[in-house]
Design a protein around this ligand. Structure first.
Ligand SMILES: [Mg+2]
Length: 386
């Protein structure tokens, strides 16, 4: 039985901006920096008609759609709305795993007795989000995470797609292998080299051959392609880490780009820590160097601080120290900042000792930073090197 839902807000940041300013309704709108290094963070469906996509360089987006409206973005507003969306999810199940501000997995196995079949729960969620927040959300459902996530994409925009258990394989088999989360260009090329273009062909392939070509990833992909997806929905409440990462459109080599990206990630992570009232002790920098084996090489470097923190500047500085200890001249495909060692299952107490130890200016700066969009490139992260 289909028990996992994947709910995904449609063009989230752009939809929020169109809701906030009705004059933008029906216009091609993107949230993102329009500077030289700007990147599209979200594109309205009107913009997508021109081929504009998120993660695309803004210069390219402008060429595709000269009338494109650029908006700087309001991370704090998006985070507030995201929290409200999550509250709606929690009405229907306690088992919610947010993937980002605008999407989450929900395990509704325990909710059927109370709320009825999966279709009904998906409709109810969409109805509540639409009624209370005036925003569209698409919901996919299936026996596992893979199916649910692909189904929500099929449901877009503003729709529902539930794949019954008995149809899981029929649903998956005709799809291109790139639909499997984590199959990037490198893996795709290797699979194509083996004559595998669809998930069905992957499912039928010899698992030994797959392992030889792809390592441990091979058998895993083979199981997923056969509809065997045992990954469970991990509740946010027992959360062990917070992280942000990005894949570069073009390999990043210069320190300036890398530092700007690290600062943006660190500020976003810190803002989420503050939002959830927790602090983290260990900072991890992770990166994927570019090159033929990029898919399989993920480097992680960690440092544990003497005291837990929710300060983006400290997290960024720690991550940059880790980066500067790496050999020179590495070109990056992917870069991420993660924090673990969370302190604050309970909300952080603002006790006397802490108030004395913390620099009040850092606190003020942090709340101000929550209001800017650390995510949208160097233009939005002027805080820079301190
Ligand atoms: Mg979305």
């Amino acid at each position: 039985m289909a028990l996992i839902l994947h709910a995904d807000m449609d063009a989230f940041y752009a939809s929020v901006e169109q809701r906030e300013n009705p004059a933008l309704a029906g216009l091609p709108v993107v949230v993102g920096g329009d500077g030289k290094r700007g990147v599209v963070a979200a594109a309205s469906y009107e913009a997508r008609k021109f081929g504009v996509r998120s993660a695309m360089p803004s210069s390219q987006a402008k060429r595709l759609c000269p009338d494109l409206v650029f908006l700087p973005g309001r991370m704090k507003l998006y985070a507030e709305i995201s929290a409200k969306v999550r509250e709606i999810f929690y009405r229907y199940t306690p088992v919610v795993e947010p993937l980002s501000l605008d999407e989450a997995y929900l395990d509704v196995a325990g909710s059927l007795r109370l709320f009825g079949p999966v279709e009904k729960i998906a409709q109810a969620i969409r109805h509540d989000v639409r009624e209370e927040l005036q925003l569209p959300v698409s919901v996919g459902g299936g026996a596992g995470k893979l199916v649910a996530k692909i189904a929500s994409k099929k449901a877009k925009p503003d729709g529902i797609c539930i794949v019954p258990d008995s149809q899981t394989l029929d649903f998956l088999r005709p799809l291109p292998v790139s639909e499997i989360w984590g199959v990037g260009r490198v893996t795709e090329r290797k699979l194509h080299g083996l004559g595998i273009a669809t998930i069905g062909q992957l499912a039928d392939h010899d698992v030994v051959v797959l392992e030889r070509a792809l390592g441990t990833w091979g058998p895993l992909l083979h199981s997923l392609a056969n509809g065997e997806d045992l990954r469970t929905v991990e509740c946010d409440r027992g959360r062990k880490s917070y992280g942000e990462e990005n894949t570069f459109g073009e390999d990043a080599t210069d320190r300036e780009t890398i530092e700007a990206t690290v600062i943006a990630h660190a500020e976003t992570v810190a803002s989420r820590l503050r939002h959830d009232g927790v602090e983290a002790r260990t900072v991890t920098l992770k990166y994927r160097p570019s090159g033929p084996n990029a898919q399989f090489t993920l480097v992680t470097r960690s440092k544990t601080l003497t005291r837990p923190t929710n300060d983006g500047a400290l997290i960024a500085a720690t991550a940059m120290r880790l980066w500067d200890a790496e050999p020179e001249g590495i070109a990056l495909r992917l870069l991420g900042v993660q924090v673990t060692g969370l302190d604050g299952e309970r909300p952080v107490q603002l006790g006397l000792f802490q108030a004395e130890q913390e620099d009040p200016r850092a606190d003020r700066l942090n709340s101000a930073l929550d209001e800017i969009v650390a995510k949208f490139g160097p233009k939005a992260v002027k805080r820079g090197r301190t």
